[in-house]
Design a protein around this ligand. Structure first.
Ligand SMILES: Nc1ncnc2c1ncn2[C@@H]1O[C@H](COP(=O)(O)OP(=O)(O)OP(=O)(O)O)[C@@H](O)[C@H]1O
Ligand SMILES: [Mg+2]
Length: 458
């Protein structure tokens, strides 16, 4: 399992001691081995060969007793190729620099003397993680997603996508509940596209954006002369959506007077235009969306309970981005790819390790919409090849900065993320996920138990 598309992964060994160099070479059988003995030769190898993995001795010439050269090289490699997994190798008395290397973005560290089996294990794990991440980036790039326009690897979101697929063929009303920017409209469109109504129109109306006195004529239409200014017959959104889907966005903002009218329409399935007398039959499916707590509004007398039940035959709760596992960096990479193309920016424009950490640590109150805005702006403003945390304008919470030096936490988090991705990729099939991760089934079971994933991943 050290290959990518059948080609062996490239491992660059940066080590100035020639004896150790050949010893290391010997223990990494199965990798395509590259070698460098100092900073300059390492940089040129990275530039030409693009190794996926690097073991890096921090003590490099001209002053092997000092880690400065090694740490500088680490930063340089990550700036050129941020996806590279770098395992730092240090002397016995140099834990502090090893930790510093981790906080600069190294994958792991290893303290001499070299034990071939242990080092091999660390490199193999880095290789697996690299492959899973590469696979993820590929999927995101191909826009491979469970539903059109939607990128996610989060188990709860994937479950929700399957639910959308199941209810799409029916005419059941669907109410999408979620914070601003969580993808309510994306899901509403996906529902329409997956339904037998896909050839019909998808008509959206934002109940919060239209003043109460105009909303009624927008929805139901009017006859010429129905009111001052009604100079010609106008068809409403409901009629426009005939044979298709009507997306009632911000359903919670529907004024009381219109709630009653909408309920009547849902019961009788005919509209009467304002100032008209004819009852016009209309065949539509209604999909609603809101970020308001409708049940509380019902208690407060602001939303009709009978209408609520009519429009929420299926209610779907969309989790906010901060609760999704692995989605923050997955979606961020996909958005970066997209805006980079839109702006015709160099393909080398990428997030710095710090920027990715900030993306992972930030709460995203505005969810994917906020992320879109920040990344679009950062891509437009970017001068070099790197987007830094500062360019995104999101700070790192203090605890996240602390967390990054705890090696155990970093490993656990990476492990959890890899497991979740593998499990969702394989639709929770343990055997396949174990294979993808390169571990045995019992080991995967143990890990699932360790992280408490068993109940939630049946
Ligand atoms: N999972 C996702 N993957 C990729 N893009 C997404 C995802 N979710 C949302 N988006 C994008 O984020 C933006 C906001 O999504 P959308 O308009 O569907 O959110 P919303 O819940 O309707 O928000 P609001 O409540 O603010 O209207 C859109 O440009 C959408 O394409
Ligand atoms: Mg919306």
């Amino acid at each position: 399992m050290v290959t990518t598309e059948k080609k062996p992964l490239k491992l660059l060994i940066v080590e100035d001691d020639s004896g150790l160099q050949s010893q290391l070479r010997w223990c990494f059988d199965g990798y395509d081995i590259l070698q460098a003995t100092d900073r300059a030769s390492a940089i040129s190898q990275v530039r030409r060969q693009k190794p996926q993995l690097v073991t890096l001795d921090l003590g490099l010439p001209p002053d092997p007793a000092n880690a400065t050269e090694g740490l500088a090289l680490l930063e340089e490699i990550l700036a050129m190729a941020p996806d590279t997994k770098i395992i730092v190798v240090t002397g016995n008395d140099d834990r502090a620099h090893a930790l510093q290397a981790i906080s600069l973005g190294a994958y792991d560290f290893y303290i001499k003397p070299v034990d071939a089996d242990t080092l091999r294990l660390i490199v193999d794990r880095a290789a697996h993680l690299f492959q899973i991440e590469a696979e993820n980036r590929k999927l995101a790039r191909q826009n491979a997603s469970p539903l059109h326009g939607l990128i996610t690897a989060d188990p709860a979101m994937l479950k929700l996508c399957r639910m959308i697929e199941r209810v799409a063929p029916s005419d059941a009303t669907v109410l999408l509940l979620g914070e601003s920017g969580t993808g309510k409209e994306v899901l509403a469109r996906a529902l329409h596209e997956l339904s037998p109504r896909r050839k019909g129109p998808f008509v959206a109306i934002n109940c919060a954006a239209i003043p109460e006195n105009l909303l009624e004529s927008e929805l139901f239409g009017y006859e010429k002369g129905a009111f001052t200014g009604a100079t010609r017959q106008t068809i409403g959104k409901i009629e426009h959506a005939n044979n298709g889907t009507l997306f009632l966005d911000e359903t919670g903002d529907l004024p009381m007077s219109l709630q009653a009218k909408l309920l009547r329409f849902l019961q009788e399935r005919v509209v009467e235009r304002l100032g008209g007398r004819a009852e016009i039959p209309v065949d539509i499916r209604i999909v609603g969306a809101t970020n308001k707590d409708l049940e509380q509004m019902i208690k407060d007398g602001d939303f009709r309970e009978d209408l609520f039940y009519r429009i929420s035959e299926i209610a779907i709760n969309i989790p906010p981005l901060r609760e999704r596992q692995g989605d923050r960096s997955l979606i961020a990479h996909a958005l970066l790819d997209r805006f980079r193309q839109d702006q015709r920016k160099t393909n080398r424009l990428s997030f710095s390790t710090d920027a990715l950490r900030a993306i992972e640590a930030y709460d995203w109150p505005g969810n994917v919409r906020e992320m879109e805005n920040l990344i679009r702006r950062a891509v437009i403003m970017a001068e070099g090849n790197r987007i830094e945390a500062d360019d995104l304008g999101i700070g790192m919470p203090e605890d996240a900065a602390e967390e990054t030096v705890g090696l155990r936490e970093i490993r656990d988090a990476a492990e959890q993320e890899a497991i979740i991705k593998a499990m969702s990729r394989c639709n929770n099939n343990i055997a396949q996920a174990a294979e993808l991760l390169g571990i045995t089934r019992p080991t995967l079971y143990n890990l699932l138990d360790k992280y408490g994933f068993r109940q939630s991943t049946p």
